[in-house]
Design a protein around this ligand. Structure first.
Ligand code: KE4
Length: 444
């Protein structure tokens, strides 16, 4: 990360982020283009980021932060990785977008089928939301059924019928059931408690012949990091097969993060369809859905399930995605390194909390983790996560930020270490964690 170049604003003048946030709120809802960025859950002015490199962000006032948001997951290599910058630069010089088939899209579809074998066929889109919408529509078209089962606290993007008891920013802002969703649409979604296999079994026994799909985050990340209970994913697989329901793993967050082949590889459970996003685009607008050939062949133009997109398979985004996957697959030790860094961070948080006498539960799977402010020994579902101490999280987050650590600004998110996080970053993080937990311990 280059040394900060901006002259720090004088203590009395408002920071540049403050001035920009004031301007932003005049012309953008909440001053942001995605709600969680507004720091509503933690308060204060969100730093406006000017640049990033490796594990570091720099804001408009020249403040530098160790970044654990990583653009909400995509930046697993670290920011501005040379191979990704080179690939995207070369691609854009050949033209930004053609709206026509390209070689690179074929190469990425082949790569996805190789790295995620359940994705025999795939369709590229521009966001995780689109990928989930495409997968659900394919499942509905394939089964001729309407109902979708999701889990409370699960977040799958902005499709109307899925913004029901949703996690992530929707939960953060207290609108898990968004306004603007017609009851008839919301009624096509059945919401069950995460990790409750009996609830799924009973629901399928009563309405199974109306259920097109079960949509699940195989490791929950949008109510904090919550691993699947022993046998949960395997049980979903068995129940879906029994009832002719399409099992959709939403791996937009977990794909290439909890293992090279995603959660389905880590837990050895094969879904019928998978959605990918974030990492697969290397920070560019690219996502994908795919899976069983007999389902995906129903998608237009080979079948009657329509789905389209002007920028789907965008050549610059595909080049960045291919370069990212190449970096993730070139070294046998990549995922051991990610796991070790994340486990070290989790241990540091547990130790700092214990030293300050603050009860927390830290849950980590692969390169994602969450610090829950709770005395419970495990957080297994939305109710557990929602019961955590939001005030303590707020104080903790603000202190981390003061000490140059940019942690996800919501208790209902996961933190994302990258391959660029090394000893210098962890050392600064350890110091900040000590201060942050002491601040919590000293709360009135
Ligand atoms: P996008 O439409 O934001 O690309 O993807 C939606 C989505 C789908 N599925 C899962 C499991 C996801 O986590 C997401 C988006 N994740 C949030 C962060 N938890 C995006 C950040 C934001 O909303 O600004």
């Amino acid at each position: 990360m280059p040394e900060s170049s901006a002259p720090a604003s004088s203590p009395s003048a408002p920071s540049r982020s403050t001035s920009l946030f004031d301007r932003a709120q005049r012309h953008m809802p909440g001053g942001v283009n995605s709600p969680v960025r507004a720091f509503k859950a933690v308060g204060g002015t969100p730093p406006f980021i000017r640049s990033a490199k490796g594990a570091w962000l720099e804001d408009e006032d020249g403040h530098r932060y160790v970044d654990y948001v990583g653009s909400w997951g995509p930046m697993i290599l670290g920011h501005a990785h040379p191979a990704v910058v080179e690939a995207a630069t070369e691609a854009v010089q050949q033209g930004a977008s053609f709206g026509a088939p390209t070689r690179a899209e074929v190469e990425l579809a082949e790569r996805l089928a190789e790295l995620v074998p359940s994705m025999e066929m795939s369709r590229l889109v521009s966001s995780g939301t689109e990928a989930v919408m495409g997968a659900v529509r394919a499942a509905r078209g394939f089964t001729g059924r309407d109902q979708v089962i999701k889990f409370e606290g699960g977040y799958h993007g902005g499709a109307d019928y899925l913004l029901v008891k949703a996690g992530s920013g929707a939960a953060t802002l207290g609108v898990p059931d968004s306004a603007g969703i017609p009851a008839a649409i919301a009624g096509t979604c059945t919401v069950l408690p995460y990790n409750d296999l009996n609830a799924v079994k009973q629901t399928l026994q009563s309405i199974g012949d109306t259920v097109a799909a079960i949509l699940v985050e195989p490791v929950a990340g949008n109510m904090g990091c919550i691993p699947p209970a022993e046998g949960f994913l395997q049980g979903l697989r068995k129940l879906c097969t029994t009832h002719g329901v399409v099992l959709i793993f939403d791996e937009v967050m977990t794909g290439f993060r909890v293992a090279l082949g995603g959660a389905q590889a880590r837990y050895n459970v094969t879904p019928d369809l998978t959605t990918l996003g974030k990492i697969v685009g290397g920070g560019f607008p690219l996502a994908a859905y795919g899976g069983r050939r007999d389902i995906m062949e129903r998608v237009a133009p080979s079948g009657p399930v329509y789905q389209a997109g002007t920028l789907s398979g965008n050549p610059v985004a595909v080049a960045a995605g291919l370069a990212t996957l190449e970096q993730l697959t070139k070294d046998e030790s990549t995922y051991a390194q990610l796991e070790a860094t994340s486990a070290q961070l989790a241990t540091m948080a547990r130790e700092a909390a214990a030293a300050a006498g603050v009860p927390v539960t830290v849950q980590q799977v692969g390169a994602m983790l969450t610090v829950f402010f709770t005395e419970q020994s495990a957080v297994t579902n939305w109710n557990d996560s929602a019961a955590c101490n939001a005030d303590q999280f707020r104080t903790w987050h603000a202190t981390l930020l003061e000490h140059g650590i940019y942690w996800p600004p919501s208790p209902f998110e996961a933190a994302f270490p990258s391959l660029a996080h090394g000893e210098p970053e962890l050392t600064q993080t350890q110091t900040a964690l000590t201060a942050a937990f002491e601040a919590v311990a000293n709360m009135p």
